[in-house]
Design a protein around this ligand. Structure first.
Ligand code: HEC
Ligand code: HEC
Length: 263
């Protein structure tokens, strides 16, 4: 998405150009996670909050198969809460999304509400996968290095904020893996960071290709033709499922303004 689109969105949603930051407080994110986990989620409010998220992550929360936008549907609320707190504490460098995660856009209650709202979204049955050329190596690496923390089938461990990796787009997985390895996700799992330092580019491609093919159980997947009934008027381009980088700014704004919630 072009900066002009993002500025457009920021204006529509009433955000200022320089939103207040959480001060450089290393414990801010951890405190917010604790608070959010103790709140009672209000799913109706989660749906309202999700309106702005849907512009990039799609009404279904599936993101885009090219991995520009991750699938967030089906992710454990515990994980989404931590990621939102990390993004706004700048433990994750996510300039595109930052204005929409700041304290003047999202309260801690909003964070809890939207995280539990998307947790039960049916997931993308056709997520982006890798080239499929080195899957034996990928499986071996996964079982030896990743399964302990992310589960044999990539199902994650919510209590440890270990994400569900099932169904995530290949290119997004590769990008996050490299950011974690290079220490650019400041609040990543320290054990994981250590463990993956020796991975070669071939290893990374192989293990993430294998991971991108770990499917969520059938009951978590959307049926063919599914669209999120909460957002019936979302405008979709015919050739693509979402706003791609480099598309005209008018599109994102049109979508944002054209969308309404049904009751
Ligand atoms: C302007 C586009 C945009 C908007 C609006 C947006 N996001 Fe994002 N979001 C992104 C991008 C891009 C990434 C991936 C950044 C990266 O590669 O590290 C992301 C990443 C995430 C992640 C991390 C997922 C993971 O597993 O690593 C979560 C969770 C998330 N967004 C939730 C939300 C929620 C909830 C909202 C609404 C309050 C929202 N986003 C609004 C663009 C957006
Ligand atoms: C010691 C436990 C541990 C090990 C081993 C581990 N991970 Fe992780 N991983 C985590 C945790 C915890 C997170 C969430 C970090 C955060 O909160 O930012 C994570 C995050 C990730 C992410 C980012 C997901 C997202 O949605 O943002 C990817 C991709 C990933 N791990 C892949 C792997 C792969 C592949 C391996 C094996 C080569 C591996 N991990 C090994 C614990 C581990």
């Amino acid at each position: 998405m072009k900066p002009s689109t993002i500025l457009g969105l920021a204006l529509i949603f009433g955000l200022t150009a320089s939103p207040p930051l959480l001060a450089d407080d290393p414990l801010a994110a951890a405190r917010e996670v604790e608070q959010a986990l103790h709140l009672k989620p209000d799913l109706a409010n989660g749906r309202k909050v999700y309106l702005v998220c849907s512009v990039c992550h799609q009404p279904e929360g599936w993101g885009t198969a090219d991995g520009t936008y991750p699938q967030i549907a089906g992710q454990y609320a515990e994980v989404t809460i931590k990621q939102l707190a990390d993004i706004r504490a700048r433990n994750r460098d996510n300039p595109i999304m930052l204005p929409f995660a700041m304290t003047n856009s999202l309260t801690i209650q909003d964070i809890a509400d939207v995280s539990y709202y998307i947790e039960h979204f049916p997931m993308d049955p056709n997520n982006g996968v890798g080239p499929g050329t080195d899957l034996e190596l990928g499986q071996r690496l996964y079982e030896e290095n990743c399964a302990d923390c992310h589960g044999e089938r990539g199902q994650g461990v919510p209590e440890k904020h270990s994400p569900l990796l099932q169904g995530q787009h290949y290119r997004y997985l590769v990008r996050q893996f490299e950011l974690i390895r290079d220490g650019k996700r400041l609040n990543a799992d320290k054990e994981m960071v250590k463990q993956i330092q020796t991975f070669s580019p071939r290893d990374i491609e192989a293990v993430m290709d294998y991971t991108s093919r770990l499917k969520p159980p059938l009951e978590m997947l959307a049926l063919p033709g599914y669209t999120n009934p909460d957002f019936p008027r979302f405008w979709r381009p015919i050739t693509s499922r979402g706003p791609e980088l480099g598309m005209g700014s008018g599109m994102g704004m049109g979508m944002a303004m054209g969308m309404t919630l049904t009751d």
